[in-house]
Design a protein around this ligand. Sequence first.
Ligand SMILES: [Zn+2]
Length: 295
Amino acid sequence: MNDYLVKALAFDGTIRAYAATTTGAVGEMQRRHYSWPTATAAIGRTMTATVMMGAMLKGDDKLTAKVDGGGPLGAIVTDADAHGHIRGYALNPQTHFDLNAQGKLDVRRAVGTDGMLTVVKDLGLRDMFTGQTPIVSGEIAEDFTQYFVVSEQVPSAVALGVLVNPDNTVKASGGFILQVMPGAEEETIAELEQRIGRMEPISKMIDRGLSPEEVLAEVLGTENVRVVDKMDVSFRCNCSKERFGTAIKSLGEAEILQMIEEDGQAEAECHFCLEKYVYSKEELEEFVDEIRAGS
Ligand SMILES: [Zn+2]
């Protein structure tokens, strides 16, 4: 089954809900980066949160999340648009530890707890929004919960889960975000807290193969949820030889001439998808000509 996400309203529209399956998208990240299980869980949870946050945006808006907790994994960077496209990486994807005391992947140990979660939203027309909150747990879901409450003043519940097979591939991945809208009744919030308190762990729900709709029905109660939108989710990187070429050109004439002299070519690698782009001497000379011509 392909990955997708749903947006839903619950309790007469006073609760906004998002749920997503991201098994394929996180699986593609894992294959491209050869990430090890603890790293895969950390990056996958962050990708899942980010793609749901992307679904809160409109049109051509985009967002980037950076989880930098000072741990051995290094910073995780993910970004998403408003149409279910997601990509992500971490500095040291070959990071893995023994399971923690709860028998789960020790994401906190990989991520660290000394640092910041930063969210940058590109809302077009050079309109940027940046929010930043300290990493409070290193388990990712709690860190995004904290971000929503402190930085966006939206009381939220975030649950994220990634299961990895013995051969390091991704077995299942997904999660949900619930947000309390202004005007929500006290009883609604109390009921929500109760439901979350007694729900099965998200990783179990994902392992059972529940769809995003089924996850929300299970957490919120079938009778309370109304799905309002649905979109496919996939790993997609928008890098290209042309984009990296523009970046090389922006280094300026002197720098490019030095590349030609020292290496006879230039190579660029995309952090997100690990695609490599090679620029020949002739292509670099063309950049120099273009710079000289003022284009
Ligand atoms: Zn790329």
